[in-house]
Design a protein around this ligand. Structure first.
Ligand code: HEM
Ligand code: HEM
Ligand SMILES: *[C@@H]1O[C@H](CO)[C@@H](O)[C@H](O)[C@H]1NC(C)=O
Ligand SMILES: *[C@@H]1O[C@H](CO)[C@@H](O)[C@H](O)[C@H]1NC(C)=O
Length: 422
């Protein structure tokens, strides 16, 4: 600067000022988050395509945080420009990423040809980054003349010894806006990133052009899934497992009918969800394991029953069925809570689920305890088990009709009939 004459510097300053106002661009500011981005689309004559110039500015929080802007209508498939500060070197990291769905976006390798970073600075407590993305825009991305942009950020995360691969915490805020890219035709020779103009909102449509196309009612696939799985695991399996241990006549019939119904619901709905999914987290891994166990569980239950009718004794299938069943009950109900957690339920919602879960576990424990008590009471009568079963058998035949209901129950639960007999 010292080399320039003052008038020359002045002319440069005026030119710079002019040039920054000459390029019309879209701009969006998220006031609560103190962050803005601006974009222009410019025709590149040598490649005969449209380059996008993107500027992101943000006022960092005490921790720094991350901010991202993406080209696209949703996380999946969007080209994302993410910035965060390395706290040690006080430098701004730029990370160009894309995501396969609602998961942490992955760094795109070898994008140097497509994206160049014009600037990335931390100054005066302001982050400023400028990008050029070559051939990043075409009229095809538009919906009714508007181009989709997404943005998101987390102001709590602080980055130490960060690089472009640093892992990001879930966003605290996110959104989608539509830009009218046809407004910036005034100065196509100006090959520079747009500057941020105050906290104005420029060229952003107030209504989403595709909202009427996608009427997202209350019954989204995920809500239906959650409802069915809650009914199945917190309701039906629980009821069916309690049934086999309660002193009711038709315990066995109730048990297998309820469990079979719940399994049809869970398997059908679970398979549908896995066919839709693109990535696997803990919720889906637990879910898939449970679905596989359900098949083993039903087979073991059936085998136990067939064997028991013949030989009147517990087999290995009894043990498998009993303990796998308890496992399914425990992890299945737990996975309802895990699913709610990933769907960002409120603390109150999660707490309510937890209370119900505790009540169910305790209630099940109580039913098992009562069942054991009845069993030992019965032993107190000093009738050998085999005899008892013979008596019961005879009695069952006398009554008739309830054969199926009784035979399994008799082996360790006292039925009104048998009590009456002894
Ligand atoms: C840290 C890794 C990230 C994770 C784990 C993540 C996860 C998620 C999840 C679970 C949702 C669905 C929320 C709901 O339906 O209520 C979502 C939505 C969204 N996220 Fe992310 N996200 C991450 C990073 C990003 C980044 C870097 C951006 C933008 C640059 C972004 C932008 C959005 C937007 C715009 C939505 C709403 C639209 C949509 O459903 O795709 N996310 N994200
Ligand atoms: C697939 C879903 C099923 C689940 C989650 C399930 C769950 C359970 C549980 C937890 C118990 C043990 C109760 C306890 O002592 O804690 C049990 C016992 C039993 N289940 Fe199932 N069950 C299922 C299907 C079936 C089917 C389809 C049948 C019959 C065809 C069956 C027959 C039995 C019998 C006979 C017992 C008593 C076993 C014993 O003497 O301990 N179950 N079941
Ligand atoms: C046009 O695009 C090419 C790459 O596609 C790039 O190297 C060149 O700098 C662009 N021209 C201008 C004026 O930005
Ligand atoms: C975009 O802006 C141009 C010029 O201001 C206007 O004529 C056009 O209607 C706008 N398009 C949409 C979809 O709002």
């Amino acid at each position: 600067m010292a080399l320039l004459h003052t008038p020359t510097a002045l002319v440069y300053a005026v030119l710079l000022l002019l040039s920054s106002t000459l390029v019309a661009s879209i701009q969006y500011c998220h006031t609560g988050a103190d962050f803005c981005f601006a974009a222009t689309q410019q025709h590149n004559t040598s490649s005969d395509s449209h380059d996008v110039y993107l500027t992101i500015s943000a006022t960092p929080s005490r921790n720094g945080g991350w901010i991202g802007v993406g080209f696209g209508r949703e996380m999946k498939g969007s080209l994302m420009f993410i910035i965060y500060e390395d706290r040690e070197s006080r430098s701004l990291i730029t990370s160009v990423r894309s995501a396969s769905g609602h998961v942490m976006p992955k760094v795109l390798e070898d994008v140097e040809d497509q994206v160049s970073v014009l600037q990335a600075t931390v100054s005066d407590n302001k982050y400023l980054a400028e990008f050029i993305c070559y051939s990043c825009w075409s009229p095809d991305v538009e919906v009714k003349g508007l181009s989709p942009y997404i943005f998101a950020g987390n102001r709590e995360q602080s980055f130490h010894s960060a690089d472009k691969y640093s892992s990001l915490m879930y966003h605290e805020f996110k959104g989608k806006v539509w830009g009218n890219m046809t407004v910036d035709t005034e100065d196509t020779t100006e090959n520079s990133a747009p500057s941020i103009q105050g906290d104005e909102i420029i060229g952003i449509a107030s209504d989403s052009p595709d909202s009427p196309k996608k009427p997202k009612g209350f019954f989204t696939p995920v809500r239906v899934h959650g409802t069915i799985m809650t009914i199945s695991f917190m309701g039906l399996y629980f009821a069916g497992s309690v049934a086999i241990r309660s002193p009711v006549v038709r315990a066995f019939k109730y048990h297998w009918m309820i469990q079979a119904g719940a399994s049809v619901l869970a398997l059908g709905n679970g398979l549908y969800m896995f066919l839709r999914s693109t990535h696997f987290g803990p919720h889906k891994i637990i879910g898939l394991t449970i679905l596989c166990s359900l098949i083993i569980q039903a087979a073991a239950g059936y085998k136990h029953h067939i064997d028991f009718v013949k030989i009147r004794r517990q087999t290995i299938f009894t043990l498998v069925h009993r303990w796998l069943g308890r496992g399914i009950l425990l992890f299945g109900t737990m996975n309802v809570g895990v699913g709610m957690y990933y769907r960002k339920w409120s603390t109150l919602g999660l707490f309510t689920w937890f209370v119900i879960w505790c009540i169910e576990i305790a209630g099940y424990g109580y039913v098992l305890l009562q069942h054991q008590r009845r069993q030992s009471q019965q032993r107190g009568h000093a009738i050998p088990k085999e005899d008892l079963e013979e008596i019961a058998d005879a009695e069952v035949f006398d009554i008739g009709g309830d054969l199926d209901d009784d035979e399994d129950g008799v082996e360790d639960s006292v039925h009104p009939h048998t009590l009456f007999l002894t």
